[in-house]
Design a protein around this ligand. Sequence first.
Ligand code: ZN
Length: 332
Amino acid sequence: MTAEMNREFPPVFDGHEDFITQMEPRRGRPARDFLALSEFGHVDLPRAMSGSLGGCFTSIYLTDERAEANALSYAVREMNDVFQLADRSEGCFRVCRTVDEVRAAFADGAFASVFMFEGADPISWSLNKLRVFYEAGLRCLAPTWSRSTIFAHGVAFAGSLPESGLTDLGRELVARCNELGIILDVSHINRAGFADMLEASTQPVVATHSNAQAVSAHVRNLDDDQIRALAEQGGTMGINFATAFLRPDMQFDSDTSVEAIVAHFDHVVNLVGDEHVSFGTDFDGAGIPDVVGDAAGLPVVLQALQARGYSDDRLERIYHGNFLRVASAVWR
Ligand SMILES: [Zn+2]
């Protein structure tokens, strides 16, 4: 492995990446090797390193079709694929389970990958699989994607989903995650579920990839009351680069400026301070602005934040400190 970490900026720990979805052949495109430079999609190790992207929550993404086919076997297979990737990487790509491991990867210029489930579909009613996945490295969990599970209901992208909050089993899931040391993620959950998660959790919760509704009124974004509530509980939200969640007109349009991204950081910082905002790019999971292009283009955003006059301490919190603060509070 020859990829060198860009040290011009503190490393970014990204709240949400879907690179696993690119590790198998898809829609006529060949499988992509995360360790090799590619022109497809947004992120691989060489592009991450050159973009000062030091690690992420690696999403096991459970769409309707996957969840209904067999979520458990999808999750096991994808986690195994990631372990094999780590094995082949000569230490350049690491599956991390502790804050110390993430910081050590940063120091060594290696990529720190932490497993998360975007949808708790692999966990059945008995919750007995949660402990097993925790031991395998699961450290962040969203009870649902934009669909319904036995735990909660998501915000619908199309059609409609129930507007009720956590189910009784969803409350048990929150308690069990608190006990084990798994960070709870409110991105994708509906309004009532968001309120229930914050009320039920004894620990800070995060929105791994959600923006500010005050800037872009998209249903997937958080309003100011939700952002204040998340901050009061000590959480953080990762700013998502999906153009529809960035733009005031909510259009999928790759001709979107870097200022449109910075506007969401600014809004959250002005509302609740710099301890509650992070990155949640959605690389390989969403259409992002051409001006960024891919992980190698991340410095375009980092430079724009520097140009705002943000102090080094503030930038370090936004780049990785806020997620690691929550991890320190929650992980065992
Ligand atoms: Zn998502």
